[in-house]
Design a protein around this ligand. Structure first.
Ligand code: AVI
Length: 312
């Protein structure tokens, strides 16, 4: 709770985007991915379809597939025919969701060893002792590790944080058999109109996703946010190459939670998310800085999204 208190009481209020993802928020995010305006999910899927042969050529077979932010595991499962893993390790912050998803996966792929690792990898990513013990027990500890991080979730980290996470990913890959690496989806810089529509859709699903964060805070923090007193704001900031999402106070109001309170003036904002957009050459540089050696890169016809493979 210290993190929430500090963010809400800071002169420029902010809340970590991880608080979007309670059960309702996860459902709203799924709805976002199906919106016409939200191009990243379908564009990434189209790249995986059209470049499947090339992608399977560079990725080591019989690897341990480590799915970062696995959610319902569906994205990774779609790639099983291309990646052909010998084991599947799903990592996600939400343990409930993860165990359920892995159970379903087990029915469809009973032969595939699988493991759920519930952790907040945004703070630090490393394999837990129990997951490495599981790999050793299955005789998989020296297999190449393929970390799968789709959806441009890396964009929700500031560049210096993204570098830290990529370094940790590389260390996890480098600790096992040769040939391992990272398969990652990255959203690209593009026209402001396309970007802003993707984060402020006509149906208001992204607005609901953003506002739901306040309901989540009311529950976990015991706060008394009134949702009707806030509005969703999203815009592209050119010089930082990022979408910013905020919640803007529609009136002067005091919000209270146990042990604290804060006055928000009309128009004052809580920063809830940034979503960085990358130029491929800059992302390639970031991968190199993180210690990855060779990189490969695929894109769509409009060059809206990129998929990178980086060898650890
Ligand atoms: C999860 N993440 C990559 C999404 C994004 O596009 O930054 C979260 C999101 N926020 C609003 N719409 C989608």
């Amino acid at each position: 709770m210290g993190e929430l208190n500090a963010g809400l009481l800071s002169s420029k209020a902010h809340i970590s985007p991880k608080y979007f993802y309670d059960a309702q928020g996860s459902r709203l995010f799924d709805a976002i991915t199906a919106l016409d305006e939200y191009y990243p999910t379908r564009t990434e899927a189209a790249i995986f379809d059209s470049d499947a042969t090339e992608i399977s050529r560079v990725i080591p077979t019989r690897a341990v597939l480590i799915d970062l932010g696995a959610g319902n595991c569906a994205k990774a499962e779609r790639l099983f025919p291309i990646l052909n893993p010998d084991a599947y390790l799903a990592v996600d912050i939400s343990s409930e969701f993860l165990f359920e998803a892995l159970q379903g996966l087990g029915q469809r792929h009973p032969e595939l060893p699988r493991y759920a690792l519930a952790m907040d990898f945004s703070a630090r990513f490393e394999l837990s002792d129990s997951s490495t013990a599981w790999l050793a027990e299955k005789g998989l500890d020296d297999r190449p590790r393929v970390v799968f991080y789709p959806g441009s979730s890396i964009g929700n980290f500031a560049p210096h944080e993204a570098l830290g996470l990529l370094q940790q990913v590389r260390a996890v890959c480098a600790a096992a058999g040769p040939g391992g690496g990272l398969l990652i989806g990255v959203d690209r810089v593009k026209s402001r109109t396309v970007l802003e529509a993707a984060y402020d859709d006509a149906l208001g699903v992204t607005a609901a996703f953003n506002l739901n964060l306040l309901r989540h805070l009311n529950r976990v923090l015991g706060a008394d946010f009134v949702l009707a007193h806030w509005k969703h704001v999203a815009f592209y900031c050119d010089h930082k190459s990022r979408i910013e999402m905020h919640l803007e106070s529609l009136c002067e109001q005091t919000v209270r939670w146990p042990g604290a309170e804060r006055l928000f003036r009309t128009g004052e904002r809580i920063h809830t998310e940034h979503s960085y957009k990358w130029r491929p050459q800059d992302f390639q540089t970031l991968l190199t800085q993180a210690g990855f050696t060779s990189t490969e890169h695929w894109t769509d016809a409009e060059q809206w999204f990129s998929v990178f493979w980086a060898t650890a």
